[in-house]
Design a protein around this ligand. Sequence first.
Ligand SMILES: NC(=O)c1ccc[n+]([C@@H]2O[C@H](COP(=O)([O-])OP(=O)(O)OC[C@H]3O[C@@H](n4cnc5c(N)ncnc54)[C@H](OP(=O)(O)O)[C@@H]3O)[C@@H](O)[C@H]2O)c1
Length: 292
Amino acid sequence: MRWLVTGCAGLLGTDVVAVLAGHGERVTAAARDDLDITDPEAVDAALRGHDVVVNCAGWTAVDAAETHEPAVFAVNAVGPALLASSARRHGARMVQISTDYVFDGTATAPYPEGHPLAPVSAYGRTKAAGEWAVRAELPEAHLVLRTAWLYGAGGRCFPTTIAGLLADGGPVDVVDDQVGQPTWSRDVAELVHHLVVRDVPAGTYHATAGGQVSWFEFAREVARSAGHDPSRVHPTTGGRPGRRAPRPSYSVLGGDALAAVGVARIGPWQQRWAAAAPYVLGQRPSESSPSR
Ligand SMILES: NC(=O)c1ccc[n+]([C@@H]2O[C@H](COP(=O)([O-])OP(=O)(O)OC[C@H]3O[C@@H](n4cnc5c(N)ncnc54)[C@H](OP(=O)(O)O)[C@@H]3O)[C@@H](O)[C@H]2O)c1
């Protein structure tokens, strides 16, 4: 199989390329400079000769998205639509990466895959539109993978921010009123590979670690892993100043669709963080570096 990975220089794209290469797959890794997914001709040319496209490109700055929604829509909805229609023309499958932000975060039990979408932010609205576009263009050949709270070695993320603040000596205030599932981007990348190779039915699957935790509790875990006193992390509530986009307070995704096709979900977040921390916090070199 020949794979095209868009957004390959991002947090998730870095791991998807590394994991696919590690499995011996033939991968074309396209960063934004190589392929702008909002350019129809470039997208169609890029798809040629590929069997699978994994779209890791996206506008992910959720606060800036509030004041730039048309531009965000181009990247998060039109781009996936172009990739999907080219994939259809070229007979390729597509993996579209989506997000917990397509839900409103008011649930009290894990969101099933089929729960109605109700995004409360510009980012969430545009990602929901991207999901629909991909399903419509490729009804039999899409996988929509919703993930959340990603961390990884391929870019700045919550654990590296917390570890940096603690290393700088200050106390750190972290919200305790938002819960979710911290998820290692490498685990999502492995799941992408597994689902495509297994040729699971087209559909929407949740790709998050198991369990749930608040940002505050996760930050304390990060502090422990980084060798800092966890009591230097203090709980707080409410948004930080300058945060325009509302955050879902409950971002826990259920994994029934994976179970239905006989695929194990990603392990519990504590276990996965324990495995990931040395790589993410830079205490160990990355096992495989991305190839371009
Ligand atoms: N991070 C999370 O916690 C999280 C949670 C749930 C879902 N997701 C989803 O996971 C996917 C990957 O996210 P990530 O965390 O890896 O984000 P990221 O690090 O911001 O990577 C996104 C990549 O997309 C590229 N990009 C932006 N506009 C593009 C365009 N028009 N054409 C081609 N590439 C473009 C960016 O390039 P530039 O940097 O040059 O702009 C960047 O390299 C996204 O779909 C995101 O919505 C992420």
